[in-house]
Design a protein around this ligand. Structure first.
Ligand code: GLC
Ligand code: MG
Ligand code: CA
Length: 577
């Protein structure tokens, strides 16, 4: 008798996906804007907030509901805004606080959520806080991580230990004013904050509150793994050397040369994320609105999942899933793609969502890392796999990495190689070139004579305006995908996948009798494929969406046991019940 009553409850629990439970961030598409490169409103060759505001309708047009802006805070731009001088103000090249308020107002009108980039690990060496520290103001001195140098056999002062910057060379910089070295895990202009100081902890919580009060719907949290270093008191009062990793043996100044056991992934870091979530919950308790927390983490799946929470502590909504960036590329087999796709899904807690990311301002573009032919296929993965979709601006039109000469290179990661030949391997400028709006001057990005980075070659044919007018374009495929994504099968449905052969990856999404299969051919070979491998996939299949290379048309009927797929083709079929 009892079990009869329990059954419906159990079904809801097992399904865990009931249609009413979804929050805005679980179903929307997040679109990352790199403000410097999106749209320049005042002709100085640098993108700005008014530029973004003027293009918010474009986000609406492509079906995006939320945008994460890379840092737009006041900054000397040694790391293009990731070196923040004033966490409570807008960078002058990007506009004013009033411009930001107008951006929020316009976004609200269009029902687009604005997410900001929180950069908690470091500030700027050209900030009021750092100046005060150098002047001996105790409060601000303790905001940063200081250490004595060591005197070598020649009597010269050397950095405290072997720690390296992510961007190469020592992570320590000497300041005469205080006779000590400060830690910078990134560029010299990015002094690490001292999270063992409760004032720093409170300050960063206030930064979160400040922007929540301005109406932002959450944060993407930067470089989280680097937040805490070990407590030097546990090592006799001196930060210990990190062990040699065995990698990058030809370049001991390369970050990869060391194993970063003392400067990354400390237990206290996870706890800080849970504390930030408490601030989020304070706000939610007031207005019942869920603000979202995304964290930037390149780590093992085990470490990545800890950001969701541990025990009774809750953390981020979305630790980024970088498997499609870090684990696979255009050379990967379909099996390797499947392995990468399944990774996050395998490790994530049952009640959490996966997320799909193929690009950002730190990694080469999809068209360049995979192939221009796979752009639609990768967007099919991002938008149709189960979970949250994140698109880096330009991936919807298949932008390619721009060529940036050594002379024009400005990214510290490129410049710090000191290598005019191989710098491009480390430089992030290629994926940051201006957004391609049209065939006009500077791709319609700016009227300036010189833009901060050159516009990528080929923009005359690869841009929004051109693709809007072509029926089969990446842009139109993207828009159709955004639509399809709102079907229940993609919103609530289950997932299974298979590498059909070395080249073709396929996955199925189904819910309440609706049943879709998505196929992506990663290579130039043609195949005839038997899709009845999948349960409940037989008989007639209707083509509902195709990549631009596809010879198929929407509405074409295919036979499940013999599906033709041509080289580099991707498409979505719906099983006819
Ligand atoms: C993150 C950002 C990157 C920046 C670094 C330091 O990895 O995405 O662009 O350089 O943190 O803030
Ligand atoms: Mg401008
Ligand atoms: Ca740190």
């Amino acid at each position: 008798m009892k079990s009869v009553y329990l059954l419906p409850l159990l079904l809801v629990l097992v399904q865990g996906n009931s249609e009413t439970e979804k929050e805005w961030w679980e179903t929307t598409i997040f679109y990352q804007i790199y403000p410097r490169s999106f749209m320049d409103s005042d002709g100085d060759g640098i993108g700005d907030l008014n530029g973004i505001t003027s293009k918010l309708e474009y986000l609406k047009e492509i079906g995006v509901g939320a945008t994460w802006l890379s840092p737009m805070f006041s900054s000397p731009m040694y790391d293009f805004g990731y070196d923040i001088a004033d966490f409570y103000d807008v960078h002058h090249e990007y506009g004013t606080m009033e411009d930001f308020e107008r951006l929020i107002a316009k976004a609200n009108e269009l029902d687009i959520k604005i997410i900001l980039d929180l950069v908690p690990n470091h500030g700027s060496n050209e900030s009021e806080w750092f100046d005060k520290a150098l002047q001996g103001d105790e409060k601000y001195y303790d905001y940063f991580v200081w250490e004595d140098g060591v005197v070598d056999e020649n009597g010269d002062m050397q950095p405290p230990n072997n720690w390296l910057s992510v961007f190469r060379k020592s992570a320590w910089e000497y300041r005469e004013e205080v006779g000590k070295y400060y830690l910078h895990q990134f560029v010299i202009g990015q002094p690490d904050f001292n999270y063992r100081n409760p004032d720093v902890v409170e300050e960063m919580k206030n930064v979160i509150r400040f922007w929540f009060d301005k109406g932002v719907a959450g944060f993407r949290i930067d470089a989280i793994a680097h937040l805490f270093e070990v407590d030097k008191e546990d090592f006799g009062g001196k930060y210990p050397d990190e062990p040699i990793s065995g990698n990058n043996l030809d370049d001991p100044l390369n970050y990869g040369y060391l194993n970063h056991i003392y400067t990354t992934d400390q237990q206290e870091t996870y706890d800080m994320v849970y504390q930030w979530r408490d601030v989020y919950e304070e706000y939610k308790a007031k207005d019942d609105f869920s603000r979202v927390m995304m964290v930037e983490i390149y780590a093992s799946p085990q470490k990545t999942m800890k950001y969701f929470g541990e025990g009774d502590r809750i953390g981020a909504h979305m630790p980024f899933n970088f498997a499609l960036i870090s684990d696979v590329n255009g050379e990967s087999t379909a099996a390797e793609i499947k392995y990468a796709v399944d990774k996050f899904l395998t490790f994530k807690p049952l009640d959490k969502l996966a997320n799909w990311v193929t690009g950002n301002h730190d990694n080469n573009r999809v068209a360049s890392r995979y192939s221009p032919k796979i752009v639609d296929g990768m967007n099919m993965l991002v938008l149709l796999l189960p979970g949250v979709a994140v698109t880096y601006m330009g991936e919807e039109i298949g932008m390619v990495d721009g060529y940036v000469s050594w002379e024009d290179t400005v990214d510290p990661s490129g410049c710090n190689t000191d290598d005019p030949i191989n710098y491009w391997q480390a430089s992030r400028d290629p994926e940051r070139t201006p957004f391609q709006w049209s065939s006009e001057k500077n791709a319609g990005f700016s009227t300036a004579d010189k833009t901060w980075l050159p516009v990528a070659e080929g923009y005359e044919n690869l841009n929004v305006e051109v693709q809007r007018d072509v029926e089969r374009s990446h842009l139109n495929v993207y828009k159709a995908l955004a639509q399809l994504r709102s079907e229940p099968a993609f919103r609530y449905g289950r997932y299974e996948s298979v590498a059909l052969n070395g080249d073709v990856f396929a996955f199925r999404r189904w819910y309440n009798g609706e049943n879709y299969v998505i196929l992506v051919n990663f290579r130039d070979e043609s195949y005839t494929i038997d899709l009845s491998y999948f349960e409940n996939v037989n008989g007639e299949l209707e083509v509902v969406l195709t990549s631009i290379q596809s010879p198929k048309n929407n509405g074409d009927m295919l036979n499940a046991s013999a599906v033709e797929i041509v080289g580099s083709e991707s498409f979505v079929v719906k099983v006819k019940a």
